[in-house]
Design a binder for this molecule. Structure first.
Ligand code: 8Y7
Length: 262
């Protein structure tokens, strides 16, 4: 899953892909580099980021989705949003995957996922983007995440969402210390035991600043190390800004376990 931020304030690429033509070129490159999914987001969720209105978010993502859908009929286009109105507009424009850092907890979000019958990634977050990194605490971070997913899966299934559409993501960096992040990564196989595909996003995240002292543009080796570990723990989808390198990592990992890539 390649990240396409269409926000003027995204932390890791400085909003350099905001102009529609630039964003589309960047998506084309990620697809050429081997991305199966393009994750399109119009709202920055970094701590302290400005709130964006529904209308502004829709105006940012819809033209990009329309253009990419026309050029790439088969690529999965993911809408990264917490807002049901934005999800609906994006799905109507040709997106066919929901990536919700709020795990469909906004009023009306489950109904949109149900109406369009698309895969949904439910991500765990403690708190809200504004305050989530102010001293996050858990008794047992793995158990908290499992309990949360049990509740969310139950709510989705009660509403009629097909369980085959559900993907789970522990939400690295979303209301978590570096220790919490490491514990969750080490326990991906426990999360896999719930029986759903797992998505992981570590690309360019601040744990690599804390653990390695790396600036945003120096974090790829750290992310690749985590991604290979996560792959061998059963992770199914990798959300990354660095598609070519991540694709090579996964191809090599597949050669090592089964002699050919899938
Ligand atoms: C994640 C995410 C972000 C993640 C999923 C960033 C939108 C922050 N991170 N979605 N989004 N998982 N599912 O650093 O880890 O890219 S935004």
């Amino acid at each position: 899953m390649g990240v396409l931020n269409v926000t003027p304030d995204s932390f890791s690429d400085g909003g350099q892909f905001y102009a529609p033509s630039t964003a589309i070129k960047h998506a084309q490159k990620m697809i050429a580099d081997g991305a199966d999914i393009i994750d399109i987001g119009g709202e920055s969720t970094r701590p302290g980021a400005a709130e964006v209105s529904e209308q502004a978010e829709i105006e940012r993502v819809v033209p990009i989705i329309e253009a990419l859908r026309e050029q790439f009929p088969k690529v999965t286009l993911s809408i990264d949003s917490r807002k049901p109105e934005v999800m609906a507009a994006a799905l109507h424009a040709g997106a066919n995957f929901i990536n919700d850092i709020n795990a469909l907890q906004s009023d009306g979000a489950i109904e949109v996922a149900l109406e369009y019958d698309v895969p949904v990634c439910l991500m765990h977050m403690q708190g809200t983007p504004k305050t989530m990194q102010d001293n996050p605490q858990y008794d047992n971070v793995v158990q908290s995440v499992l309990d949360f997913f049990e509740q969310r899966v139950e709510a989705c299934m009660r509403a009629g969402i097909d369980p085959d559409r559900i993907i789970l993501d522990p939400g690295i960096g979303f209301g978590k210390t570096v220790e919490h992040n490491l514990t969750l990564i080490k326990n991906i196989s426990t999360l896999k035991q719930m029986g759903f595909p797992v998505l992981l996003g570590v690309s360019r995240k601040s744990m690599f600043k804390t653990l390695l002292g790396r600036a945003v543009d120096e974090r790829l080796p750290g992310a690749l190390a985590v991604s290979q570990f996560a792959y061998f723990q059963g992770t199914d989808v990798f959300r990354t800004h660095d598609v070519a390198a991540t694709r090579d990592l996964l191809t090599m990992s597949q050669y090592l376990i089964q002699n050919e890539p899938t």
